[in-house]
Design a protein around this ligand. Sequence first.
Ligand SMILES: Nc1ncnc2c1ncn2[C@@H]1O[C@H](COP(=O)(O)OP(=O)(O)O)[C@@H](O)[C@H]1O
Ligand SMILES: [Mg+2]
Length: 441
Amino acid sequence: MSLRLRVILLVALVLFVSMALGAAVVGVKARRVLDAELDAGLIGARQTVASAYEDLPQSDHPARDLRQLVATFDGNRHVQAQLVLPGGKVAFASHTQSLGLPPPGWFAHLLALDPPDIALPVPHTGFGPATLILNPTPALDVRAAWSEFLALIGGLVSMAVIGLVMVYLVIGAAFRPFTVLAQRFGQIGAGDYTGRVEENGPPELRRLQQGFNRMAAQLAASTTRNHLLTEQMVRLQEEERADIARDLHDEIGPHLFAVSLDAEMIARLQEAGDHAAVAERLQDIQSAVRHMQMQVRDLLGRLRPTQVTEFGLKVALEDLLRFWHGRQPGIAFTLSLPAETLPETCAEVAYRIVQESVNNAVRHGRPHNIAILIRLSDGALEVMVKDDGAGTGAASSASGSGLGLVGMRERVQASGGTLTYGPDRDGWTVKACLGLTKGVA
Ligand SMILES: Nc1ncnc2c1ncn2[C@@H]1O[C@H](COP(=O)(O)OP(=O)(O)O)[C@@H](O)[C@H]1O
Ligand SMILES: [Mg+2]
């Protein structure tokens, strides 16, 4: 059952109950009024009869006077008078008002107006023994009450119907924003974050609408960011592969070639018995192999940064710095680390921050010094990377994606930490505070 229908039914129930209560109160009052009217009618009738009876003994025509007495009750709303002879025969009876359509029996029963007849024996006169019966006739009053009751119920029902129609329309209008919200939530559920709702409801609703719009905007923004990050990741991967291919080609290829040439030469020198030259060639081979080993280690370091988790943050960072030092010998690196072993997730995030910050410093700042300071303070891990480069990115030749810092922030936020970065007096500083999710071992 829809919420709208439920509310309508509840309102209808409340109206019905209050109408029933109202009708009951009106009924009780009407009964009292009718009782009082009937009582007053009967008292008046008794007085009329009593004063006529007083004059009757002096009457020279009692039969006529009695007929007149009965006739005074013609058309009386409350009482019918009958003169009954000893055999039960009715000599005269007053005319009652015609009743029209009688009210339903249950209504008369509810009012329960049924007072007993009043028998008033005629005093001794020439007329002979007879009794005047005063017969209370509440039927007319009950009928009048029934008409009033019908009018009242009719009025109440029509007001209730009008009220319900208005409630129906008002609820429809009041619920419209919820219908729109429900549609928009459906869209969000289906992955479409473009829908927004108008923020025009009453304060409680407006908060909901504002909350929805904020949520949709954030979902849209984070989806876009995710797309960009994925793209960047794929691009970085490709760049890295190209780098590695170039390194293999440029650094390893020539040395392998040199080694194979040296090996051929050794074979020839040995045949010729030139042992001194052989030793020289062997030294060349050894130095080429050493060079290749270093290159391969560098490559492995870049391919498998998971060494953070395997060998610890210190080893991973030293490898990273060795890699950069090999390529940027003009930059002096300083590294300061806490002696304690850090939780894995925390160390991984710290490594990524340093990796991107050093990358940025080299790319955008062209500094002479890069200082990496990692320390534990107040139960958090503080990671700081300072460089003394241009600090504004002005030295940058390539315009980057701007996603490095975004990615860094997301990593830090995901681990419940905070991140600040930007130019300062000396160059550029990145500072992150990471919550230590697991205790320091
Ligand atoms: N160490 C730094 N020195 C100078 N400018 C920096 C430094 N780090 C970041 N920036 C500036 O911030 C911008 C955003 O950096 P980032 O989000 O990593 O994207 P990208 O490196 O791909 O440009 C850079 O383009 C650069 O202008
Ligand atoms: Mg960057």
